[in-house]
Design a protein around this ligand. Structure first.
Ligand SMILES: [Zn+2]
Ligand SMILES: [Zn+2]
Length: 282
């Protein structure tokens, strides 16, 4: 059902049971919101979305109980800005300390992986976990994604697309066996390739950023982000607007203004994501 100009809070929805048996044929994916804000404030943390308890979309906030941490095997990273990666060093530290023999694979475009290797896991800022505890069986591995072909990750096909940010950045279409898919833009200003990627796919849900209110449109454009009026233009580029559109990456001081401006966009159903909640894509 499309509710014109209406914003739901994800808190109004019932949390879903996140237990999942990966051997069963899946008919839906479950997304737990670990963080969804564009800045840090009490109750508003950096973006990280946990799919089916094992696949992280971005790693800005990974403050989970240790037994849940140990189930995470893959991180699909949009870009290397600190607010999207800062939970990952501590996730790895916990995995190695627990001696789980887990391997965490970080997947992204080659420039993003290169930034992590050179600037984070470089034995100065944080250990090079790609050689620990043993270079032949490390706790961290990397996988460089291409925008030209999909990758199989667990029970999903993942299509990477470049988006328009101040550093190399990617968005992802995550498709399950039934064809239902989730599109996650990460940080982006006005863009095109990722919307073209929707063609021919059954995109059930979109997570898209809106960082600033309309008054700061020039700042949004300069920093590679969206405001509500820019989002409205982006919606017009989509081959088909998904029924569910979830909004992330709001800058905390502008949250109320952004929410009011989003409510004025006609003909779409928008939900502001709230951390600690879950939703289902089916
Ligand atoms: Zn960014
Ligand atoms: Zn960001």
């Amino acid at each position: 059902m499309i509710i014109v100009g209406k914003i739901f809070r994800i808190a109004d929805l019932q949390p879903v049971d996140t237990r999942v048996n990966r051997l069963t044929i899946k008919v839906s994916m479950e997304i737990s919101i670990l963080g969804s804000a564009g800045s840090e404030a009490p109750g508003q943390n950096s973006p990280a979305f946990l799919v089916d308890e094992w696949l992280l979309l971005d790693g800005g906030t990974v403050g989970l109980a240790l037994e849940r941490l140990a189930r995470i095997t893959h991180v699909l990273l949009t870009h290397a800005h600190l607010d999207h990666i800062k939970g990952i060093p501590f996730l790895l530290d916990n995995l190695i300390t627990m001696n789980t023999s887990c391997n965490l694979q970080i997947l992204s475009g080659k420039e993003v992986i290169s930034d992590l290797e050179r600037h984070i896991f470089n034995n100065r800022i944080w250990p090079d976990f790609s050689r620990i505890p043993d270079p032949r069986q490390p706790v961290l591995s990397y996988r460089r994604l291409s925008t030209r072909k999909p990758e199989v990750i667990g029970n999903y096909r993942v299509f990477a697309s470049r988006v328009n940010h101040t550093v190399p950045a990617y968005g992802y279409l995550v498709e399950e066996a039934s064809g239902a898919s989730l599109l996650y833009t990460g940080d982006t200003g006005p863009t095109d390739a990722i919307w073209k990627r929707m063609r021919g796919h059954d995109v059930k849900a979109l997570i898209v950023e809106v960082s600033f209110p309309d008054e700061l449109i020039s700042h949004a454009l300069k920093t590679g982000h969206l405001c509500p009026s820019l989002l409205e233009t982006e919606l017009g580029k989509m081959p088909k607007v998904p029924e569910k559109i979830y909004i992330s990456h709001l800058k905390a001081p502008f949250r109320a203004r952004i929410e009011a401006e989003l409510a004025r966009i006609p003909h779409v159903s928008l939900e502001l994501l709230e951390e600690g909640k879950s939703f289902r894509v089916a």
